[in-house]
Design a protein around this ligand. Structure first.
Ligand SMILES: [Zn+2]
Length: 573
């Protein structure tokens, strides 16, 4: 009876360790080891700025190949397995006795013992997508044990391992702080610096407009900015990235500090944050600049209401005050990577005199939306709701409707929470209304399906992306094509059964495959559009096999595919 006592003790120790605030200097240093038997070359760093989120771990390159051995970074037990089409793809979570959890994502497959455990549950649930929470003792692993093979599954843009460490409160933490060593002798890069007027009377070079500043490289990692003038409250932003050794990937940097007339006034460090802070990245960056140029400028001041714990000590939230016409001010941005390679940007700002009149643009065509009040508006057959708090600040939006199209500004203003678009479909009652959906219309006129619910005669879509939405109809069923076999073919030597599925308009919702009436597991890779069954699962044992696949798109159009194939039957073990 040693184990229960030990568990109790470990639990007590965890309470002791994590009940009180734990500072970053107390993090274990020799506890976690490399999760790969490869040089650690990164295609992504912790906290890196990504679409709608900060990157919660390290992306480690695997030589452009899948199948690298993934090793447990420390002993513990598999506490969660998640397999999803998008996102992390196949992911494994290991909980360690010190309360931390390590996460391994975009995997190709698990080690045989774990794979066996997972497949059993997938067959039981008759589903590829699955989430499991094994209990301690079910799947224990030792440090350095093979737990999986790296892959490219889910929303991964190329073979790599996504590796994460989370603390006991499920907050992701920079693995570099825990002794995962990444060689880095290269300085961070600086690409753009921009100045922002923050109040109605603020100006940059006499104009009430954000402006890119001219960046002049000097020697030794130093930059200066062509002199400029400003008045009132302004903020500065920087587009910076970092490279580690072994690759030219432009990853996120680690630490940014600014000084205003010699005094530190803003600091941001990519050490740790909570997942519910992640979407505030859209407020932290210059969202419009990102949407129009694809490059991300981090604002070096704290926006109103931002809860980001990446921010540290600051003076006046990093906002610069220029209310002393005729004076000149010094501003310095220092950027460091984790290995303290540094760059510095110096600028001198001349304090202009204030503007003679209010400079805010006025436009009668635009609708003022107060971010502290829920906005509700009927526009023809549409009703639009932008709930209180969905916008980060009050803004002027271009909201208009024409027939079955509703324009809600464009995606240059971020939304934190969903807006809701409802559409009254009763005039189309005599048509097959099930095939109608709300789609997002791109600049080039393509329509993308938005998850649309139907309640009586109302179509309803919730989305966090401003833009143009239109009512569209999908009456084209999805398609199914065999890839590595033909109807009535002998395929004894095939290790897999692969078919390609596609849906031109609203996309694949669900699929179900059976052989001789028995469920077979087919893994779906949305990037290749392929469904693959592994014969090693041992469920296809007969000589003559009737394959049946039923596929449904997102409005419920469905296609059934049937084919016969033959295999020399093998006895099951
Ligand atoms: Zn990643």
């Amino acid at each position: 009876m040693i184990r229960p006592f030990f568990c109790f003790l470990a639990f007590f120790l965890c309470l002791f360790r994590f009940g009180e605030s734990q500072t970053l200097n107390e993090l274990p240093q020799d506890y976690f080891v490399t999760p790969l038997d490869l040089d650690l070359i990164l295609s992504g760093t912790f906290g890196e700025l990504r679409s709608n989120h900060f990157h919660s771990g390290l992306d480690i390159k695997t030589n452009q190949r899948t199948g690298a051995k993934v090793l447990a970074t420390a002993s513990g037990y598999v506490s969660r397995v998640k397999i999803e089409r998008y996102g992390y793809g196949k992911a494994l979570y290991i909980t360690h006795p010190n309360g931390y959890t390590s996460v391994y994502a975009h995997l190709e497959k698990f080690s045989p013992r774990i794979e066996h455990y997972v497949k059993k549950k997938q067959y039981l649930n008759e589903s590829y997508s699955i989430q499991l929470f094994p209990k301690d003792l079910e799947l224990r692993v030792d440090q350095g044990e093979l737990i999986a093979y790296s892959g490219n599954s889910g929303g991964s843009g190329g073979p790599h391992l996504h590796f994460e460490i989370r603390d006991a409160a499920s907050r992701p933490i920079n693995p570099m702080l825990m002794g995962i060593d990444i060689p880095d002798t290269k300085r961070p890069l600086v690409k753009e610096v921009k100045a922002y007027p923050l109040k109605e009377t603020s100006t940059i070079n006499g104009k009430h407009e954000a402006q890119l500043l001219r960046l002049i490289p000097l020697k030794g990692g130093k930059f200066k900015v062509a002199p400029f003038s400003a008045y009132g409250e302004i903020g500065i932003g920087v587009n910076t990235s970092d490279q580690q050794n072994g690759a030219t990937n432009q990853n996120g940097t680690y630490h940014i500090v600014t000084h205003w007339n010699g005094t530190q006034n803003f600091e941001m460090t990519f050490d740790q944050y909570a997942f519910d802070e992640s979407r505030y990245i859209n407020q932290m960056i210059d969202y419009e600049h990102f949407k129009t140029t694809k490059s991300r400028i981090a604002r070096l001041y704290i926006p109103e209401g931002s809860p980001l714990s990446l921010y540290q000590d600051h003076v006046n939230k990093g906002v610069l005050q220029l209310f002393d016409p005729g004076t000149t001010h010094a501003y310095r941005i220092a950027i460091e990577d984790y290995k303290k390679n540094a760059v510095e940007i110096n600028m001198s700002i001349k304090n202009d005199s204030g503007p003679s009149a209010l400079l805010s643009p006025t436009n009668g065509q635009l609708t003022y939306v107060n971010h502290n009040i829920t906005y509700n508006e009927q526009k023809g057959p549409f009703s639009l709701t932008i709930p209180k708090g969905a916008l980060y600040e009050s803004v002027l939006l271009d909201i208009s409707q024409n027939a079955d199209t509703l324009k809600v500004h464009s995606d240059i203003v971020p939304l934190h929470r969903n807006m809701v678009i409802n559409y009254d479909i009763s005039p189309k009652e005599n048509d097959n209304i099930k095939q109608y959906y709300i789609g997002r219309v791109t600049e080039w006129g393509a329509v993308y399906h938005v998850n649309t619910k139907r309640r009586g005669n109302t179509l309803s879509a919730a989305t966090r992306t401003l833009g143009t939405y239109a009512i569209s109809k999908d009456d084209v069923p999805p398609t199914i094509t065999p890839v590595n076999f033909k109807h009535k073919q002998w395929i004894t030597n095939n290790t897999t059964l692969t078919i390609k599925i596609d849906d031109a308009e609203t996309g694949v919702d669900a699929y179900r495959a059976t052989v001789n009436g028995k469920f077979i597991l087919m893994e779906y890779d949305y990037k290749t559009g392929e469904l693959t069954h592994d014969f090693e699962d041992g469920v296809v044992t007969d000589t003559e096999n009737e394959l049946k696949v039923i596929l449904t798109d997102n409005v419920g159009n469905s296609t059934t595919f049937e084919a016969t194939f033959y295999r020399k039957s093998k006895p099951t073990i």
